[in-house]
Ligand binder design. Sequence first.
Ligand SMILES: Cc1cc2nc3c(=O)[nH]c(=O)nc-3n(C[C@H](O)[C@H](O)[C@H](O)COP(=O)(O)OP(=O)(O)OC[C@H]3O[C@@H](n4cnc5c(N)ncnc54)[C@H](O)[C@@H]3O)c2cc1C
Length: 408
Amino acid sequence: MRTTVGIIGAGPAGLLLARLLHNAGIDSVVLESRDRAYVEQRQRAGILEQGTVDVLRAVGAGERMDREGLRHDGIELRYAKKRHRVDFPALTGGRSVTVYAQTEVCKDLIALQLKEGGPLLFEAEALAVEGADTDSPSVRFRHEGREELLECDYVVGCDGSWGVARKAIPAELTRVFERTYPFGWLGILADVPPSHDELVYARHDRGFALLSMRPPVSRHHPSKEVASLPIESFVSRLYLQVPEGTDAEEWGDQEIWDELERRFETEDGWRLERGPITQKSVTPMRSYVQEPMRYGRLFLAGDAAHIVPPTGAKGLNLAVGDVVTFARALTYQQETGSAELLDAYSETCLRRVWQAERFSYDMTTLLHRAPDATPFEDRLQLARLERIASSRAAETDLAEGYTGFPLD
Ligand SMILES: Cc1cc2nc3c(=O)[nH]c(=O)nc-3n(C[C@H](O)[C@H](O)[C@H](O)COP(=O)(O)OP(=O)(O)OC[C@H]3O[C@@H](n4cnc5c(N)ncnc54)[C@H](O)[C@@H]3O)c2cc1C
């Protein structure tokens, strides 16, 4: 099999890249090790930056997102039983974010790819990238019990943090920057309307908590614009900071609700509504960057090159930034013959990646309580939160980071 761009992985990065290339008239083949149902149901990110929303619309994948996604103009910070709302449009010249789950982004892009795009092979596991430093790299993969070779002009590794693409870069040419945090997130989906209409980020002496939400599944409301549905029709997505290595099953449902209630408590009597928990899982927290993001004709994009803790809601959005940068660079190369933008790919992406790493780290250390935190550090956290609540400059910095760094 032969193509211009071999894409490994059908997460948001790989699927969006295939769509961007299709629209630019460049052919590609996507190899995905899992089956379609698995990819469409894997619960992960849920917050789309303004730039991500704009890109999805521009590639023709925004129709359902515009109907079902929920525009959010702010978040609430909660600490010492106090509440402070950060107003994004007022602080950023009109920017906002959209609540629309990664599962739905993937479903929309898969449907488009299967209808209009090049081959997207499920249960096709890439085994290795070969000849990355030559003019004709290839991907060896297993599909329907056979080993096959995908010959390409370029390979893009969009295969997430456990993929094979980055292993093709010689270790002596690579630098890894990494930090693991001594805690994770216990996440639940609950069949109960969210107790607040925007996300609530709570800092508490017992640890961090996040109140978020998911739009209702469209089949429940086939004839309605979901964005116009009342908040009561949404389901709750909630998270608790838990020690690293926690097993989700260690936590009973009652215990989860009691703990959430404690961490979200306010002095004005705000109430957390409880309901049946339909899903429970634990996410570890890690910051990771591999440099450079390119070796010869192999390019890394998304989680294959970098990971952020989810506190800043940046993982999916960074993946989008990388593939937009690659698609622009390749289009430029095809139109002008100049490899200038492809040569600058790693540097261009890393500028944005490190801003997102910095923001995610700041949000994580602002809101989580380290197991060995001292009273001095507790006071510092509260002082940082007070500063955001009382200084427009500090608050603007948070709002700009949250709504997203420019793609250019
Ligand atoms: C449990 C979890 C929860 C998260 N929660 C949030 C959140 O709340 N907010 C947020 O912003 N971000 C979150 N993230 C991060 C966000 O989901 C990722 O940044 C995003 O999925 C990155 O997209 P990607 O396409 O780069 O990688 P992925 O989505 O990981 O996609 C990679 C794809 O490659 C496939 N693949 C892997 N190896 C191979 C192979 N050898 N051959 C073929 N295919 C292969 C995988 O099956 C997968 O489909 C979370 C991540 C995880 C793991």
